[in-house]
Design a protein around this ligand. Structure first.
Ligand SMILES: Cc1ncc(COP(=O)(O)O)c(C=O)c1O
Length: 437
């Protein structure tokens, strides 16, 4: 087992007196943390949410309403920290692996993603994940990052800020004229055609919050590796993680960035980056970490760290809202209990139902591909003669919560998820029909 920061700091004679008791605080916490509830049917899953039942919630991907296992885990950590803030946090961060709570969180996440705990960096959002990756890349003057015209503000701005800093540049290609008509082959063709001699990194979005299209990332990654093996692939995966049945760790992204506070149902203010050891080694950290012993030892010895960058060293340090960060494990456990395939299938059925209903309305133009193979949990659409904000306003008046996409060209969005029923989807279709006149 690796030396811990506490062992490094404390003289051997003192260690016995300060080392955590076997089981210690963690065991006490485990005893008061409820087990994962029965999630074998969708009404039991819906019962985990404290959402206002007088609305149909079709924008819950925007920011999560914590399900009961997450609320309870946050509360258990909060109580434990409030009982003994120093002992609990110090032990959880700096004791050996058996007591290290961030390591337990990363292990849960890695299990769901199909990778290893040491590939996971804990962040607070997709935005923070993207910023850490792009600012960490060894870009230099003259290099180019290729993004697409469809990515989110947080993605484009992370690239702009990182490239500006070093005199590199950013370019964007469009992958389709109309998402609803896009095809895997054409998407790949257009992306590859956009790569130029200066392109070092390509950034794409898995599920677009503008149109609801789900990019075939596995196929994109494979084509990229074959044709441009040296170009790195960064994926904003936030609307796919927890909505699609994918083994993210083998999908082919060099850096997979996502918040875990949307479809993953994790605590608000949590996210991750997943990358291989080789890809972590390419990066330079931006924020000092509290997780990697070598960073700390190097600081005490007034030298630079000797070992390559790893996920722990990329994890922003400082003291955080730990009850939220650590309770992320409960969300991953909940997803494992529901089953990644079952969750994706349920989301697909509800979205297919919505799309079929909207397709019967001649005044509706859908921008999301009809096929569940090229979409996930979001349906973006326009109603002839009614502005998207007005569609959303009128839906709200009917107690249906929709949203507009925050992009230069905006659409109305309905996002059927685990909190919805087929009856609510029917009601949404009827409401859109009434609005369209
Ligand atoms: C595609 C996409 N990327 C990134 C973000 C920002 O997510 P976060 O709040 O986790 O930073 C959003 C927000 O909804 C989004 O739609």
């Amino acid at each position: 087992m690796a030396v811990t920061r506490r062992q490094f700091l404390v003289a051997p004679a003192m260690l016995a007196a300060t080392t955590a008791l076997p089981g210690g605080l963690l065991a006490a916490l485990a005893a008061e943390t409820p087990v994962v509830p029965d999630l074998s049917d969708w009404s039991r899953v819906r019962a985990q949410f404290a959402l206002d039942p007088s609305y149909a919630h079709f924008a819950s991907f925007f920011i999560v309403s914590h399900p009961a296992p997450v609320r309870e885990a946050i509360e258990a950590y909060r109580r434990a920290i409030d009982r003994n803030a120093f002992r609990f946090v110090e032990e959880a961060l700096f004791e050996d692996d058996a007591h290290n709570i961030p390591l337990q969180v990363r292990t849960e996440m890695a299990g769901y993603l199909g990778g290893q705990a040491d590939e996971i960096c804990l962040t607070r959002s997709t935005t923070e994940s993207l910023a850490l990756v792009y600012h960490g890349l060894p870009l230099k003057a003259g290099d180019e990052v290729l993004a697409t015209t469809h990515d989110h503000y947080s993605h484009h701005e992370s690239i702009r800020l990182a490239t500006e800093r070093v005199g590199a540049s950013m370019r964007k290609v469009s992958l389709f004229e109309e998402a609803a008509d896009a095809s895997t082959d054409r998407i790949i063709e257009r992306l590859l055609a956009g790569i130029g001699p200066k392109t070092r990194v390509v950034g794409v979005t898995w599920v677009h919050s503008s149109s609801g299209i789900r990019l075939p990332v596995r196929e994109i990654a494979s084509a990229l590796k074959t044709r441009h093996g040296e170009v790195l692939l960064v994926v904003d995966g936030v609307h796919g993680l927890g909505a699609a049945d994918e083994t993210v760790a083998t999908m082919g992204a060099d850096y997979f960035c996502a918040g875990t506070h949307k479809w993953m149902l994790g605590p608000r203010g949590t996210g991750l980056i997943q990358a291989s050891a080789d890809n972590w080694a390419r990066l330079r950290p931006t924020v000092p970490d509290f997780s990697d012993l070598e960073s700390y030892v190097a600081w005490t010895e007034n030298r630079a760290p000797k070992t390559p960058t790893n996920a722990a060293r990329m994890t922003p340090g400082g003291f955080h809202a730990f009850e939220h960060q650590w309770a992320a494990a409960a969300a991953f456990r909940m997803h494992k209990a529901m089953g990644r395939d079952r969750v994706a299938a349920r989301i697909r059925v509800l979205n297919d139902q919505l799309k079929s209903g909207l397709a019967e309305n001649p005044k509706v133009k859908m921008h999301t591909p009809r096929s569940g193979d090229l979409s996930a949990g979001l349906v973006a659409f326009e109603v002839d003669g009614v502005k998207p904000e007005e569609v959303v306003r009128q839906l709200l008046a009917k107690r249906i919560i929709a949203s507009t996409s925050p992009y230069a060209v905006t659409y109305a969005r309905l996002a059927p998820s685990l909190v919805n029923t087929p009856e609510e989807v029917d009601a949404a279709v009827r409401a859109v029909r009434e609005i369209s006149g």
